[in-house]
Write a new protein. Structure first.
Length: 320
């Protein structure tokens, strides 16, 4: 990612008032004077600065991107926290120890589905180094999902199948195995919202397989599944990105079911495999209903030699 895109990405997060107001309240209510705080994936340093402003004696911001560390150090200096906030320019998963005992871990390593950026793996690694779980922001996280009808996906697939009179259906069909980040509207939901997972980062382990079953009361086609999160940052502060909520920089994760199920009702089961490659997710998903099944898997788009190299590099066991 270019420096320009990095800055735009971080500015989007910084100007997300829903995100920033929630984290500000949670940090002010959790950090106590004299605390040692770790900010995982600190980016611009905003959460570490909030911890310093709340009274932390030392804040260690862990950030792998050297350019962002340089920019964040300037911001720390501009706000007068040079002696409090220190940057550790490394990957979180490469940490072997912390300079001091830690009272609070704070992080916003969350994507549209909450678990996208490996927050459970990262917190588990850090808690393992510390020996016990400190106060954590977020404290709990829930992953939610619902069946959708997203006309845009079906229309895009249909339009891309035939381009200026030429057959591109073999390429257009791959849309059905590509996870997308889109704004989901409440009107797109064709069934109830269900819980895929609930746990506490640093305490619970994210399962390899997440499953939810919905009961579709009305006959309706399904051409996607929407996934989002709700998190308890602290005792009295929640943060979420549901379709019915205010706009956030996250939007929602949309997993296509294309060309769609046709009209269905009754029990529908959805299974999600959040396979991680160096903390980056590569989703695989399956929808099962009476008389049908659909599987989306981006690994199917890899050339065989690329897939084998990918599996070998990351030690991933591919499930059938």
């Amino acid at each position: 990612m270019s420096h320009e895109h990095k800055l735009l990405f971080h500015l989007r997060m910084l100007t997300d008032s829903v995100r920033m107001e929630a984290y500000c309240r949670a940090i002010e209510g959790t950090v106590r004077p004299g605390d040692v705080v770790v900010d995982l994936g600190s980016g611009s340093g905003i959460l570490g600065l909030l911890a310093a402003r709340a009274g932390a004696s030392r804040v260690f911001c862990v950030e792998k991107d050297e350019y962002m560390v340089q920019r964040a150090r300037r911001i720390v200096h501009d706000n007068g926290f040079d002696g409090v906030v220190e940057f550790l320019n490394t990957k979180i998963e490469d940490l072997e120890s912390f300079p001091l005992p830690v009272d609070v871990i704070v992080s916003e390593t969350m994507g549209p589905a909450g678990i996208d950026e490996g927050i459970f793996q990262l917190f588990a690694h850090c808690v393992g180094l510390l020996g016990s779980r400190p106060r954590c922001i977020p404290d709990e996280l829930t992953v939610l999902a619902a069946p959708l009808q997203v006309h845009e996906l079906s229309e895009r697939r249909a339009q891309a199948s035939r381009v200026v009179g030429l057959d591109f259906s073999s390429l257009a069909g791959d849309i059905g195995s590509i996870a997308q980040i889109l704004p989901v509207l409440p009107s797109m939901l064709v069934g109830p919202v269900g819980k895929l997972f609930h746990g506490a980062p640093g305490l619970d382990t994210l399962p390899e397989e997440l499953t939810v079953t919905w009961d579709l009361a009305k006959l309706s086609p399904v051409d996607a599944v929407g996934v989002w999160f709700k998190t308890r940052l602290s005792e009295d502060v929640d943060l979420a990105n549901p379709p019915e909520g205010p706009d956030t920089h996250w939007n929602q994760l949309v997993l296509p079911i294309l060309p769609g199920t046709g009209p269905i009702r009754g029990a529908v089961q959805f299974t999600l495999w959040p396979r991680f490659v160096s903390i980056t997710p590569r989703w695989k998903w399956r929808l099962t209903w009476d008389g049908g099944e659909y599987t989306g898997d981006p690994a199917d788009l890899d050339a065989p030699e690329d897939l084998e190299g990918w599996l070998k590099t990351w030690g991933v066991t591919r499930k059938s």
